[in-house]
Ligand binder design. Structure first.
Ligand code: B12
Ligand code: SF4
Length: 540
């Protein structure tokens, strides 16, 4: 069968496509795990975000898929809906499957969208089995994690237990399936590699626990090295380790660093997400090793510098340093210090705008970021489907709107008890732009060609909405903010909505429903009524 796999073109404020266009790791992993007689094409639409309609039209015409699969996050749901309509209009007989965090955690939203299959949770084996069932024309009810249309209703099979990666059930990704070019992280070709999945913490804002439960599974280091080599053979010079929480097992992470060095894969740049507690407590040995292995940027989940906020986010434990097993206070400064001493850059993940936040508490976090982090990654709490945080915000009546395309983390969609959402976003936006500028000289030293060629475009992106008058202080910055918001609204129109003529009649009435924040009842499985066991083009 011909299978076309798509990731959505939607990007958010901290990932301007001029500088960052990252592949979606899920799609190549799916492509590597289907039976080998299928022909799979993977298209990351971020590589073509300004020409989504043209690109999809060309791909459907040239590749003639029988199955189209979409990987979707919540803020991309509206775009996914439009892409589904477009794909249907281009080829009415297509089978359409969706997967990823949003379809897994809010499947009922997709039932109304004209999709045929929803893959909930991990997808490699489920998708392989789905293609087999499609070839046979039966057997859908035996596939764990699958929801499928049955007459007028939907059948939700039992959830699929988390894969034990240790058992090598999952084969390497198939990067050769990618059909678009242009991946980049500041001018260097970037790729994503997984070494583990899962996390045993339960931060209230994170979707991971509802997605797969609290567990941690690891690939063998040999497999990880093979994967890195494959990424490198496909042109990557920067590798993003996308593990949910690689620092859960520090000893293993240290072994991985040694293995990277021994395998001479240390010439690549590495980017990783880490917990402050792990870096603070083990930084003395871990940080120099990371540096030797080639780690350059470390995304630290600081979340907030105030204890009350950390408690709300359920992130106190992962931000507590430990000395011989005893608590040694907040880990953040120590972690940052170890990374800086070892010449790595800190991408500071902070969440401001929590229910009890005041202007002062937000300013305290912004001041911290200004002083200590190299690249700010400041977000607002966002009520994604089924996270504990969403329940808290809803119970307190603080969710201001449910336009999901704005649930991108840098648009404030919740207010605090003391500040309106728009004010929270304004305060963050105003401060953060200037912080980003400070990293330019370091980026210039590392990638002078790229920065010199694109500095103007990057500045224009960071300061969109501003004019010379506003920069000189001759105009109220709120006017710039309003212009920025208007530009952002426009940017979100990656593909226009289809007219009813292009939608199958049975979907006409459901159209607006799918755009609500659908949070399915915890007892989804109780509704289960069947049991189951079980590169051709540079687009830029
Ligand atoms: C790495 C990562 C990133 C990276 C890299 C993204 C990339 N291009 O790969 C960075 C840091 C850039 C990033 C950015 C963002 N991310 Co992010 N990210 C993650 C993380 C940690 C891992 C995702 C991953 O690659 N996993 C490995 C792959 C193999 O697993 P997977 O994606 O789950 O795919 C499996 C299944 O879902 C399924 N599947 C997926 N797609 C499909 C499609 C089909 C057809 C099928 C059948 C199955 C299927 O099968 C796959 C294989 O088993 C997750 C989870 C977490 N713990 O925080 C968040 C997460 C996905 N990110 C999230 C968000 C919100 C964002 C941002 C919007 C804001 C932010 N928080 O930073 C931005 C937006 C990026 C953009 N497009 O502009 C949310 C999504 C929540 C939601 N409900 O939508 C998550 C869950 C974190 C959270 N807050 O809980 N992210
Ligand atoms: S430590 Fe990270 S991956 Fe684990 S629950 Fe918290 S935010 Fe999610």
């Amino acid at each position: 069968m011909n299978v076309l796999l798509l990731s959505m073109p939607d990007y958010f404020e901290h990932m301007p496509p001029v500088a960052i266009r990252m592949p979606n790791g899920a799609l190549t992993s799916l492509a590597g795990n289907v039976d080998c007689h299928h022909r799979v094409a993977v298209a990351d639409l971020i590589l073509s975000y300004r020409r989504v309609r043209e690109t999809l039209t060309r791909l459907v015409r040239e590749f003639d898929p029988e199955v189209v699969g979409l990987s979707v996050m919540t803020f991309q749901r509206r775009t996914a809906d439009r892409i589904i309509d477009l794909a249907r209009a281009l080829k009415p007989g297509l089978k359409i499957a969706v997967g990823g965090y949003d379809p897994s955690l809010a499947p009922d939203a997709y039932e109304e969208m004209g999709v045929d299959y929803i893959v909930r949770g991990e997808g490699e084996v489920a998708f392989r089995q789905l293609l087999r069932a499609l070839e046979r024309g039966r057997g859908f009810e035996d596939i764990c994690g699958l929801s499928f249309r049955d007459g007028d209703g939907w059948v939700h099979n039992h959830a699929r237990p988390a894969h034990r990666l240790e058992e090598e059930e999952i084969r390497l990704p198939n990067r050769a399936a990618r059909v678009l070019k242009g991946y980049t992280l500041l001018g260097r070709q970037v790729d994503v590699v997984e070494t583990s999945r899962g996390c045993t913490y339960d931060c209230s804002f994170c979707s991971i626990i509802e997605m797969r439960g609290r567990n941690f599974h690891t690939y063998s280091l040999e497999r990880v090295l093979d994967d890195i080599r494959d990424a490198s053979d496909h042109g990557a010079r920067t590798v993003f380790l996308v593990d949910d929480n690689i620092t859960l097992n520090v000893r293993r992470f240290e072994e991985l660093c040694h293995a990277i060095i021994d395998a001479r894969l240390d010439k690549l740049d590495y980017f990783v997400q880490a917990m402050t507690s792990a870096i603070a407590s083990h930084g003395e040995t871990l940080a120099p090793l990371m540096r030797r292995a080639g780690f350059r940027y470390v995304f630290l989940g600081i979340e907030n510098i105030l204890e009350g906020d950390l408690q709300f986010l359920r992130a106190t434990a992962k931000n507590t340093a430990r000395d011989n097993g005893n608590s040694a206070g907040n880990a953040t400064l120590r972690a940052i210090d170890w990374l800086h001493r070892n010449k790595m850059y800190v991408v500071g993940g902070l969440i401001v705008g929590n229910p009890d936040d005041t202007r002062e508490s937000i300013e305290a976090n912004l001041a911290f970021a200004r002083r200590y982090v190299d690249w700010p990654y400041i977000q607002h709490p966002t009520p994604y489907p089924r996270t504990p945080m969403t329940q808290d915000f809803r119970a307190r009546g603080l969710i201001v709107h449910e336009r999901l395309e704005e649930y991108d983390g840098t648009t404030a969609v919740v207010r605090t008890e003391h500040l309106p959402a728009e004010e929270i976003e304004y305060v963050r936006w105003k401060a953060e732009r200037w912080m980003k500028i400070r990293h330019m000289p370091s980026a210039l030293r590392h990638d002078p060609g790229f920065i010199l060629r694109h500095a103007a475009e990057m500045l224009a992106h960071t300061f969109r909405g501003c004019t010379l008058r506003s920069v000189l202080g001759l105009e109220d910055e709120r006017k710039s903010f309003e212009r920025y918001k208007a530009i952002r609204r426009q940017e979100r129109e990656y593909v226009e909505a289809a007219t009813p003529a292009h939608r199958p009649p049975w979907l006409w009435s459901g159209k607006n429903q799918s755009q609500r924040l659908t949070s399915i009842p915890k007892g989804l499985e109780s509704r289960t009524n069947r049991s189951a066991h079980g590169a051709q083009t540079d687009e830029r």
